[in-house]
Design a protein around this ligand. Structure first.
Ligand code: ADP
Ligand code: MG
Length: 724
């Protein structure tokens, strides 16, 4: 009789394509400073390579750091690897993401977001704690990964001063799916490429009928996705389903984006799961399903902000005779691999952060995916056997609405925060920094302009004292500016909770059922009224404090229709921001100012110093006009406590913009013109040419003249198009 053996994930890992190349891979890392490793998604790069390098002794001289563009991926993968290495998460294997550090002195294999590593480079450009840095998921082309790629090239390629300070040379491994490997290798001085051969099985793709070019604005695709998933369940042979949806149809601006998806009410994924569940209940398994071995459907959502415990379920095989259906965001396209998937249902959409020139800021929006992304999604069905992919959109949508490739984030989002980071790292020539793909020059100039407006850089483009303080905070520069202003007055307690709450998901619950909706609205109105009902920022502050002071905070939240999990994480974020601030305040030259106004005015004046780029003036009724040079017409969002106010609302500042058929502003506060009078001219006076002059110091006269001519032509073109 055989003795039952304990299931060991380590044995499972021996079947992964990467396993056969273990020795050669270790050799390749030893041989060169830079190495590019490519391989199909699911071949074991992310989970296995760090372990191989650890076993081979690389961690004796320092940590092995692995970056991920997505925070959920960093956490889940670290959990998995800790399990494989049979250690407690946070000991030998740990992770660090924004506002959540699960590492210790013992940590040698550290998964982290690319944003976290960027902050570490800032504190220590030689990365002296590390022996190996693995930049993972480079094909995703996230902004921070792209910047890290350029920085590591700059620091370690020609052995800069920082690199020479190290006692051991750093090894840099860049990992990517098979796309673009030639380009990346060429960028890294033709570094060696290690391609892990993987077997992929053919996947048949079919187009649907329901979604065409006319459906770009509607959210009808949720229903269609549910319908197709049910069809697959009833008419296809056994095998699990992976559905690709977006998190949210809602649009918001914030850069960096909130830690979690920005919800109000239920997310599209949760709605789709509910719908699927409802419909699947009426299936009669004796008659309705083609494959009689299938007797049930297990529906699981997968998105960034869901609790980690729930995420773990995704990877477990379903019970016998049950089909698993995972409804996921794009995270399941490359970052995470779920075994057993045979069918894909592709909605054709993705949520993406894009710079919106109409609003003049970054906006999270739902857009069609690229064709290469669609192929990647389909490929998830062919890992272990042949698969099928059902696209809900038609061929015309594919041809007319879907671009060939996804534009890298660096070419479509605000660069303000990364440009400040680069400047603080001593990279003054931000225009000719080694970018894998150059952002448009006007985006760089726009970032410089914004930094100048916030006093983070001076007229020459050099970082100011304030800029050096600002770069320490993982927040939007405007919010940081307001926080620092408050700290200079000694009233940081007003702004810290607000900054924390604006960094987590929306705390106000909007229930699905109409009868609950009314109650929730009343409760929220009551909370706003406590502070006079005239300032959404003050409401945030009051909610934070009331909950903190209550005896049973979770019950308090439930009673007030407040999202307890979100609020709890804002408590944590607030502590971390407070720690950063406290450390900075120990410096002798930390700015100090005095004031002679009351608390409410002081609070709003501090907000003005960060949000003067978001000032609007009443045009008529509830319509306001922004003062940032775009002169957009904006409306107060119904969720604001100022929505019902008439009275003295002439000037306001707001936190963000929601774009639907109208432009709505959310989290609003009335101000007085005198408070922004001296700041507003800054929005217009800037000469971007002067700001970037440092960047172009080494450029020849001739080039400058050419550049000037081009700029002048552009300006002329812009002004003539404005006339239209
Ligand atoms: P790659 O990075 O090449 O895409 P991974 O290392 O992410 O590949 O995945 C290798 C295998 O590990 C896959 O079969 C995947 O299902 C499994 N895996 C990864 N994370 C988890 C997890 N949290 N739980 C269970 N299995 C996991
Ligand atoms: Mg991976």
């Amino acid at each position: 009789m055989s003795t039952p053996t304990r299931w060991n994930p380590k044995d499972e890992a021996k079947h992964l394509p990467i396993y056969r190349h273990k020795t050669k891979l270790i050799r390749a890392v030893k041989d060169d400073t830079f190495l590019l490793v490519t391989g199909e998604t699911g071949s074991g790069k992310t989970t296995q390579l760090p372990q191989y390098l650890h076993e081979a002794g690389f961690s004796r001289n320092g940590k092995i750091g692995i970056t991920q563009p997505r925070r959920v991926a960093a956490i889940t993968v670290a959990q998995r690897v800790a399990q494989e290495m049979q250690c407690t998460l946070g000991r030998e294997v740990g992770y660090q993401v924004r506002f959540d550090d699960c590492t210790s002195q013992d940590t040698v294999v550290k998964y982290m977001t690319d944003g976290c590593l960027l902050r570490e480079v800032l504190a220590d450009p030689a990365l002296s704690q590390y022996s190996v840095i693995i930049l993972d998921e480079v094909h995703e082309r996230s902004l921070n990964t792209d910047i890290l790629l350029g920085l590591l090239k700059k620091i370690f390629f020609n052995q800069s001063k920082a690199a020479k300070q190290r006692s051991h040379p750093l090894k840099v491994v860049v990992m990517s799916a098979t796309l673009e490997s030639d380009k990346i290798s060429a960028f890294l001085g033709n570094c060696p490429v290690f391609a892990i051969p993987g077997r992929v099985f053919p996947v048949t793709c079919t187009f649907g009928f329901a979604v065409g070019p006319k459906d770009l604005e509607s959210t009808g695709y949720v229903k269609e996705v549910v319908k197709v998933a049910l069809d697959v369940h009833t008419s296809e042979m056994a095998g699990d389903i992976l559905v690709f949806l977006t998190v949210q149809t809602e649009i918001c601006h914030v850069n960096p984006p909130p830690l979690f998806s920005p919800p109000t009410g239920r997310s599209v994924i949760e709605r789709a799961c509910d719908l699927l569940f409802e419909k699947a209940e009426s299936i009669d398994y004796r008659y309705d399903v083609e494959d009689q071995t299938v007797e049930g459907l297990l529906i699981l959502p997968l998105y960034g902000s869901m609790p980690t415990e729930q995420q773990r379920q995704i990877f477990q095989p379903p019970p016998p005779r049950i089909r698993k259906c995972v409804v996921a965001t794009n995270i399941a396209a490359t970052s995470l691999t779920i075994n057993g998937i045979k069918y894909i249902v592709d909605s054709g959409f993705v949520k993406q952060l894009n710079h919106n020139s109409r609003v003049g800021m970054d906006v999270l929006e739902v857009v069609p995916i690229s064709k290469s992304e669609a192929q990647q999604r389909a490929g998830r069905a062919g890992r272990t056997s042949t698969g099928k992919c059902f696209r809900i959109y038609n061929k015309e949508f594919w041809e007319k609405c879907m671009p060939e490739y996804t534009v890298p984030e660096i070419q479509r989002t605000s660069l303000t925060a990364v440009i400040l980071t680069l400047k603080c790292l001593g990279v003054h020539d931000v225009i000719r920094f080694p970018y894998l793909d150059c952002p448009e020059e006007r985006f760089i100039l726009e970032a410089l302009k914004q930094l100048y407006q916030f006093d983070a850089i001076d007229r020459k483009g050099s970082v100011t004292k304030l800029g050096e303080l600002m770069v320490e905070f993982p927040l939007h520069p405007g919010l940081t500016r307001a926080l620092l202003k408050a700290a200079s007055f000694g009233c940081q307690d007003l702004l810290l909770p607000v900054a924390a709450m604006l960094s987590v998901e929306n705390i106000f619950i909007r229930p699905g059922k109409p009868e609950n909706q009314k109650e929730a609205e009343e409760k929220h109105k009551g909370l706003a009224a406590k502070t006079g009902g005239m300032n959404d920022f003050a409401t945030l502050l009051s909610v934070f404090q009331s909950c903190k002071d209550s005896e049973r905070p979770s019950a308090w939240c439930k009673d007030n229709w407040i999202h307890w999990r979100a609020l709890k994480s804002s408590f944590n974020v607030e502590t971390q921001l407070r720690d950063i601030l406290f450390r900075l305040q120990q410096k002798r030259d930390f700015p100090k100012e005095t004031h002679d106004c009351n608390k409410s005015e002081l609070f709003r004046r501090c907000l003005c110093s960060g949000y003067f780029t978001n000032v609007a003036r009443r045009s008529f009724g509830k319509v306001f006009c922004t003062m940032d040079g775009h002169g957009s017409m904006v409306h107060i969002h119904p969720s604001s406590s100022l929505f019902d106010q008439e009275g003295e609302l002439d000037w306001i500042v707001f936190h963000d913009v929601l774009v639907t058929s109208r432009m709505y502003i959310r989290t609003v506060c009335p101000i007085r013109y005198e408070w922004v009078k001296d700041l507003l001219p800054k929005l217009h006076e800037v000469d971007v040419y002067e700001l970037s002059s440092v960047a172009r110091e080494e450029v020849t006269e001739e080039e400058v003249t050419k550049w000037e001519t081009r700029e002048a032509a552009k300006r002329q073109q812009e002004s003539s198009s404005e006339d239209l």
